[in-house]
Ligand binder design. Structure first.
Ligand SMILES: [Fe+2]
Length: 132
């Protein structure tokens, strides 16, 4: 994806969630720039930790929203959020106080996960919300 280039195809028709997605994609964009420059390890760890903290906050509000609109696949969606959180936690634990050995690999995982998740999984609750 074009990191950082949020456009309307990512919109789930909810301004708050769209803003959260923009912020997450923006952190990814900063990570991408840092990695391309061969980036500073300390900054990399800082951005990854911003990403994890903010993702947790975002998942919480997204799950509350799905609950509010009576989304039938809420439990399955929550599971995907948990799997993501676990995966990122594994990375973090294996690189405690240090940047990952292969930052490109981490970046690929994150950028694919987020674009795929927003465009396919999140879009499904958006469709559901529009039907109501
Ligand atoms: Fe989601």
């Amino acid at each position: 994806m074009e990191l950082g280039n949020w456009n309307s195809k990512y919109s789930v028709n909810n301004a708050i969630i769209d803003d959260q997605h923009k912020r997450l994609l923006n952190i990814l964009y900063k990570l991408e720039r840092l990695v391309s420059k061969g980036g500073d390890k300390e900054k990399m760890v800082g951005l990854l930790s911003n990403m994890s903290d903010y993702a947790l906050e975002h998942f919480k509000s997204e799950e509350q929203y799905m609950q509010r609109i009576g989304y039938p696949k809420l439990e399955k969606h929550k599971e995907l959020h948990s799997m993501y959180t676990l995966e990122v936690l594994k990375y973090t634990l294996s690189h405690l106080d240090d940047a990952p050995e292969n930052p490109r690999e981490v970046l690929n995982f994150l950028s694919h996960w987020w674009t795929d998740h927003i465009l396919k999984v999140d879009m499904d609750y958006s469709k559901h919300a529009n039907l109501n």
